[in-house]
Design a protein around this ligand. Structure first.
Ligand code: AMP
Ligand code: MG
Length: 268
């Protein structure tokens, strides 16, 4: 299967069968891990500069099917970064209070302030994924949400936030293997929920819903990246690389020092 670019062109219709979840280019695990270690060290430096400068923020959106690797990505890609500079938000089914507001209300409260990296483990996209697949609101409501999301993300970008959105693309077979591994290992049982099985049965409906997201909400200001994720090491490599390249292009710099610092003498 031919692998298309990880970042499809904004406006072009995405068909997921054109994206191979098993793809890893000509890279092998050992080389990917070595390069990734260097990228992670650089990410730590860039995060410190982002914080010191206090002018911009970075929002990273992670979406995937169950066992797609959202938790693993956060654990591995960010393990060298200063935890003080990173805010992770995991979005679950909305509470009654959250449901009594517009769907972006709970999300907006967790967007990263200037100087910070915000990571969304699931996100406002659930409101056009699980909600669409299960008809949790009428179609005329969720259909409007693609535009609402694009406008919301535009507002964030115009306010100094860079946005990177990653769809961790695994195959249905790979999900089965990961579920089986969770069942086989007592230390992984807590990660398995029988509630994930009906969702697996809706696999094709979810792929349709993801294709709509990847087509309608893939903008030049907030692009989607479709990450081949059957190989965890390749997934981590691609995500680290994309984040580092994005931060490198953000014109980050340490702020000017207070004037006269060169004359300061620290008293005994
Ligand atoms: P997990 O993060 O896998 O433990 O599960 C979180 C659950 O919350 C998933 O089943 C999501 O589909 C669900 N969820 C997250 N956001 C929404 C939403 N906006 N509406 C309904 N369900 C949601
Ligand atoms: Mg889960």
């Amino acid at each position: 299967m031919a692998q298309q670019s990880f970042a499809p062109k904004p406006g072009s219709p995405v068909k997921l069968h054109n994206f191979d979840p098993e793809y890893h280019g000509d890279l092998n695990k050992k080389d990917a891990r070595e390069t990734e270690a260097r990228l992670e060290a650089r990410l730590a430096e860039l995060q410190e500069m982002l914080y010191a400068q206090g002018k911009y923020s970075l929002l990273i959106v992670l979406q995937a099917m169950d066992a797609g690797g959202k938790d693993g990505t956060i654990k591995h890609v960010f393990d060298s970064v200063n935890p003080q500079g990173v805010r992770v938000t995991s979005f679950k089914a909305p509470t009654a209070e959250e449901l009594s507001h517009d769907f972006l209300w709970r999300v907006h409260q967790h967007t990263p302030p200037k100087g910070y990296i915000g990571i969304f483990n699931r996100s406002h996209y659930e409101d056009v994924l699980v909600v669409r697949v299960n008809n949790l609101v009428p179609a005329e409501i969720w259909k409007e949400r693609y535009d609402h999301i694009n406008h919301f993300e535009r507002l964030l970008v115009d306010s100094g936030t860079r946005i990177l959105k990653f769809f961790l693309h695994i195959s249905k077979d790979e999900q089965k293997e990961r579920f089986e591994e969770r069942l086989a290992r007592p230390d992984k049982h807590w990660k398995f929920s029988t509630g994930d099985l009906p969702v697996r049965e809706q696999w094709d409906e979810y792929m349709d819903a993801y294709e709509a997201v990847l087509t309608r909400c893939n903008t030049d200001y907030a692009p989607w990246h479709i990450v081949p994720s059957n190989k965890k090491w390749y997934r981590n490599f691609i995500i680290s690389k994309t984040i580092v390249e994005t931060l490198e292009n953000m014109n980050l710099a340490y702020p000017d020092p207070e004037p006269g610092l060169d004359e300061v003498v620290i008293p005994d």
